[in-house]
Write a protein that binds this ligand. Sequence first.
Ligand code: NAD
Ligand code: GLY
Length: 360
Amino acid sequence: MQTLTVSLGERSYPIHIGAGLLARDDLLAPHFKQKKAVVVTNTTVAPLYLSQLVEALGRIGVSALPVILPDGEQYKNWQTLNTIFDALLSAHCERSTTLVALGGGVIGDMGGFAAACYQRGMPFIQVPTTLLSQVDSSVGGKTAINHPLGKNMIGAFYQPKLVLADIGTLDTLPDRELKAGLAEVIKYGLIRDPDFFRWLEANIDGLLGRDREALAYAVQRSCANKAEVVAADERESGERALLNLGHTFGHAIETGMGYGEWLHGEAVAAGTMMAAELSCQLGWLSEGDVVRIEALFIRAGLPVRGPSLDVARYLELMQHDKKVQDGKLRLVLLQEIGAAVVADGATTAQISTAIQGRCG
Ligand code: NAD
Ligand code: GLY
């Protein structure tokens, strides 16, 4: 097992990464103020992993109430969030009851937001079970639900007390979801870690083949990158925005196609190619680097073109991005592999050309 720390003063917390961690009651024990917990999960993950976690909690004397939500990005909304509040209130949960989110990024984001809101904040723990949630969404305290007009538009920054990433849970993850997670892994290489990008080029086949050692390394290195960025800029006033490479385009794809149609990681991959195209057009990224990025996404089984929505529709959806300032779009662009910037200088015509060249 590897342990990293997200350093945020008195709100610092550990990320444990390894196989078999769901059964490690010793790792859970220090984080419960009360002998009562709620485990928020979904109909897919519950039959696979809920009992292991509930049993581990039982061994440390914590009784856990499961809240089992429907599965899917299309349920990451106000109505489903409200069913969590219904369950918390019906079970007389208190401010010191712990909420444990067991599942992928949808459960982590929605469970985290419920924890941030319930009685103005209850302790919460992330137990991510997808590659994407282990390398990205469980770390850093961004919690949210979607709005029909925009992805992750309603939410809060709210840090967990613990992240328990059991890479053994990846054994049951469908291939499509594993590939989607790789988009966020590749992102770290692109924005700040060129050595990791080279490592990914050499090891992508091992990751797709679910080599345990390669997966553990990729999760650990991704989390190390994320923990550093979050410690430096928790509330995204600067560097943290770079973690959104490809996301302005990607969120437009997810919203425009209807939540759940394109997986988040797939939309991020296609969106990253649009950002790379634009970076090249601006004379920053070389054509050779665009080809290299595209080649890695293709080998990872990820899309390198977005769906054929109208360019005007892309632009309209992108206006809901959280980086928009005074009505002006700000995009994460690449200077080279391993170096990204937030830029607001691209013209609408340039952005349109990049989308046009990479959709349909
Ligand atoms: P997801 O939560 O929908 O999970 C993907 C699918 O895998 C679901 O069907 C789920 O039930 C299933 N699943 C989960 N674990 C499994 C397992 N071990 N075995 C078999 N099936 C399993 O999707 P995701 O990719 O984990 O997360 C995407 C979400 O994360 C999006 O809503 C995105 O906006 C959000 N996100 C948030 C952040 C953040 O910083 N908070 C960062 C990136 C993405
Ligand atoms: N996934 C983007 C962030 O955490 O900032």
